[in-house]
Structure formats: C-alpha cells, structure tokens
Design a protein around this ligand. Sequence first.
Ligand SMILES: Cc1cc2nc3c(=O)[nH]c(=O)nc-3n(C[C@H](O)[C@H](O)[C@H](O)COP(=O)(O)O)c2cc1C
Length: 304
Amino acid sequence: MTDLSVTLGRLTLRNPVLVASGTFGYAKEMTAFVDFAKLGGVIPKTVTHAPRAGNKPPRTVETASGMLNAIGLDNDGLEHFLTHHLPYLRTLATAIVGNIAGKSEDEFVAMAARVHESRQGLSALELNLSCPNVAGGTDFASDPELTKRIVRRCRDVCPDLPLIAKLTPNVTDITLIARAAADGGADAVSAVNTFVGMAVDWRKRKPILGNVTGGLSGPAIKPLALRAVWRIAQLKAIPVIAVGGIATIDDVMDFLVVGATAVQIGTANFYDPTASMKVVDALPGALETLGAGSVCEVVGTLKV
Ligand SMILES: Cc1cc2nc3c(=O)[nH]c(=O)nc-3n(C[C@H](O)[C@H](O)[C@H](O)COP(=O)(O)O)c2cc1C
C-alpha cells in the first residue's frame, strides 16, 4: 500500500494534492464534479476583512498557454465566510485551508485572530501575502522584513492553526522571502501566486483587462514556478507547496522531485474540475515507477 500522506510543519494531509485558492470557489460549486474525500485539501477563495466588489471587467483573458486574471479579490468579507461558507466547508471529508488577505499588517493580524476563534473544521490558514491585483497587495511578500513580521504576529494570535505563507513570484529573489516566512514561524510556504503581466488590443490601442495588468497562470508559468520551488526547497528551511501550471501527474511528479512536499491545482480546475482527482488516482503508479512506496521518498530527489 503506497503511503500518500505528507507532513508540512504541523499540518498533515492524506495526500499532497490540494486545489488552489480562487480556482475552486468555496467548494459548493464543485460538489457535482469532485469527490472531496479524494483530495489532500481544499483552499477556498481568499477573503478580505470587508466585502470587495473586485475590479472592473473584463477580468480574465486567455493568452498563449496561460490566462491573465485581474479579479481583484471579489468576495463577501470574512464574517460572511465564517457564517455562510465555513459551515459547509466543515462538512467536507478533506482538509480545509482558509485563505485571508489583509490590507495592512494590523488587518492581517486581526483577521488571523478572528479565524483562530472560529477555527473548528479548519486544518490550516494560508496568508495571501501576494495578490497582484489589489493596490499594495504585492508589497507584503516583496519585503522580507514585512513578511516575517506578518507571519510572526499571525503566528502569535493563531497558536493552534498551522500557517502557510503564499508568496509572490514578482520579486528579485524569492528565497529571501521564503526564509523570512520560515523565520516568522510559518509551517510552509505556497509558491507561487501569479506573475504580473498584461495583454493589449493594438488595433484599439487598449489594454484588454479593465485593470490594465493582471496575473498570469496556467501552463505558461510552470517552468518559472518549478525553478522558484526548486530554489526555495534548496534552502531546506521550510516545506514548500508548489503551485503554478500544475495539471497532470507529470507536473505533480516534476514538482515533488524538485522539492515540493505538496502541490496545488489552480487554473486547470477551470477547464477540468476533475483534474485534482485524476492526479491523486495516478500518484501511486507514478511513485511506483520510481520504486517509491511513499511520497516522502521522492521529495527533493532531483539529481543535478
Ligand atoms: C481566476 C483566478 C483567481 C485567483 N484568485 C486567487 C485568490 O483569491 N487567492 C489566492 O491566494 N490566489 C488566487 N489565485 C492564484 C492561484 O491560486 C495560483 O496561485 C496561480 O493561479 C498559479 O497556479 P496555476 O497556474 O495552477 O493557476 C487565482 C488565480 C486565478 C487564475
């Protein structure tokens, strides 16, 4: 029997396959397609302190092998999440990882404290330090000191909830930020959020997205995410959850071998909501190909 379980700091998952925030709604939308009990975990859409209407449309555009989005964290706010979405999420037979974004350091801490009070049914909390579509949003995980401080202060108010820091790739050296998250006491980092880009219609001389710029995701970013994960894993400072262009079992295995302990499926959910289940089904066979009886045996085994 293959051992698919993985441990990231204080968080243990039945298998390493999660679905990424913002690509799976609040799970209810996916009930008809997905057997949640198969997944390692579900990360619902980011919630902010107050409700947000998000950016003006168009909010998404397809580009060569990837999509650009500028949703702008459209959500109904933390209290609505706790009273309307969390009760349903708690009933699912999989790990639920909450995801929050604060507008300021203090707001992050206040939100983390509020989530901790209502943590029943939550396995962990992901701090979205990296949304590129919200003014100032990228700034948190662009600055090692700020990252460390936010993680440390959230840690202090969340003693019983594993914390995951979600990092932006839009920085010069992501390893500095990963190290800061580790120093702040995070249990793991998620790498990466979307890469800032843009698309234009030259005939109209207009940007296509209402927000002008957006975040690139999907197959186009996989090689970039792979390198980021590999570099962070080499620090051996903190477990890494890989996210960026993962859609197939080969993608999953690539990321495990370079050093990810777990993975998130993002954009692939939009064109195949069953992608996460398919990779879970294929995982034992792929591990067997490498002669491995567990996920842990292949993590970080790249021969360079
Ligand atoms: C439409 C869309 C909305 C997203 N919303 C969020 C979000 O609310 N919070 C978050 O942490 N990441 C969000 N992301 C980023 C994804 O979780 C993921 O980090 C990124 O898309 C890279 O993975 P992928 O290439 O597999 O999609 C969003 C991505 C997309 C495409």
